[in-house]
Design a protein around this ligand. Structure first.
Ligand SMILES: [Ca+2]
Length: 384
């Protein structure tokens, strides 16, 4: 048994891929520092610089300097790993020394409404010695659906301590426009789950007070602009079976990056993509007739889009020219770097990691200044 454990640790920390690239701002390298994880989905560094990685299949692995330490204990027992669902995102409380909480999102079967199937739950846990979760407090759950797709489910705290949450439409696209459902919404909560008084639909009849914005399809990337405190979301747009607009038929893929503002409607499924880029006159008219719908900051309309998953602003010191740039991981196999001004204007975009790595799932800035990203079943470190 002892030998078995030793072999497992060697495999999990074995460097197997390394590559050098050139960006607009100079050379950098990407090294795979971890491999053989089981569907890694989210990653976060603890205040003591340990790397926590969620596995969709229901575990959290903890690493120190690229070496596996232990599995976190005390995870919820009712995680439902179905299709795109399972154990999903992870975030530490921004004032962890005072409030030692870890927040997780995961999918679970709902007992109250068996016909509704599976929904997304966000819970707060107390984290003891960085090893054990206790005292689960369910903050919110919703986004009901019966299949295993479009859960969204990223978590991020803004600089004022509000917790933002993305929820996918769960293949119930009409609910993305209905304020009585959490499907297809961005939510905003206090750190203990209370609904802020100034959320845009507090007091609106039949509306869920957690809602901050609506009209999203499957938002799987979320981070907060370090200067403006604006949430930015990357989301999977429609393709093929659901990429239809009235009178136009299928109009192809339209993955999006959106700047999120209180009470705004991001269009799905009435409109998607941007009138600035697409040539279809009817769509521009549709936007003109729907002035309350926000066009995306960036969209990707190639036949397969980019399949954006995680997003993070770079806040390290290793790449001075990348400071506060938004990095969006694409399951198609690269990372997009977007330079966005404080007032939300896009001034530069560039693909990095153009080959050699696949299924880029999530990204974060590490305490050493490197970028860390999930690539397929491993973790890569990007450094100068
Ligand atoms: Ca949209």
């Amino acid at each position: 048994m002892k030998n078995g454990i030793t072999i497992f640790l060697c495999l999990i920390s074995w460097n197997i891929l390394s590559a050098s690239f050139t960006s607009n701002s100079g050379p950098y390298q990407a090294n795979e520092i971890l491999s053989n994880l089981s569907s890694p989905w989210g990653l976060a560094f603890s205040p003591s610089k340990l790397l926590f990685v969620t596995e969709k299949t229901g575990a959290i692995k903890v690493f120190k300097d690229g070496i596996f330490q232990y599995n976190l204990a005390g995870l919820p027992r009712d995680i439902a790993t179905v299709g795109q669902g399972g154990l999903l995102d992870i975030v530490f409380h921004p004032e962890f020394q005072k409030k030692p909480y870890l927040y997780l999102s995961y999918t679970t079967k709902t007992r109250a409404n068996p016909h509704d199937g599976i929904n997304t739950r966000v819970s707060r846990f107390t984290l003891s010695n960085e090893k054990t979760l206790t005292s689960e407090k369910i903050l919110v759950q919703g986004g009901f659906g019966t299949d295993g797709a479009h859960f969204g489910s990223r978590l991020a705290f803004d600089s004022k301590g509000y917790l933002f949450i993305t929820i996918g439409e769960r293949h119930h696209k009409e609910k993305a426009q209905e304020l009585s459902y959490l499907n297809g919404k961005i939510l905003r909560l206090h750190d203990d789950g209370r609904i802020p008084d100034d959320n845009p639909f507090v007091g609106t009849p039949h509306a869920r007070g957690e809602i901050f914005s609506l009209g999203h399809r499957n938002p799987q990337g979320l981070d907060i602009h370090p200067l403006s405190n604006t949430p930015f979301v990357s989301e999977h747009g429609p393709s093929g079976y659901d990429a239809y607009l009235p009178g136009l038929g299928s109009v192809g893929k339209a993955d999006e990056v959106n700047a999120i503002f209180s009470g705004k409607n991001y269009g799905w499924p009435i409109l998607f993509g941007s009138p600035k880029i697409l040539p279809w006159t009817n769509r521009m008219i549709n936007f003109a007739r729907n002035p309350n719908i926000q066009a995306p900051l960036v969209e990707f309309t190639k036949p397969d889009g980019i399949a954006p998953s995680g997003s993070a602003f770079y806040t390290g010191k290793s790449f001075p020219s990348w400071e506060n740039d938004l990095f969006v991981t694409a399951l198609r196999g690269y990372i997009l770097r977007l330079k966005i001004t404080k007032d939300g204007q896009l001034i530069e975009s560039e693909k990095i990691i153009p080959n050699g790595f696949y299924r880029l799932r999530d990204v974060t800035t590490g305490p050493n200044g490197s970028l860390f990203a999930i690539a397929a079943n491993g973790i890569i470190e990007i450094k100068p």
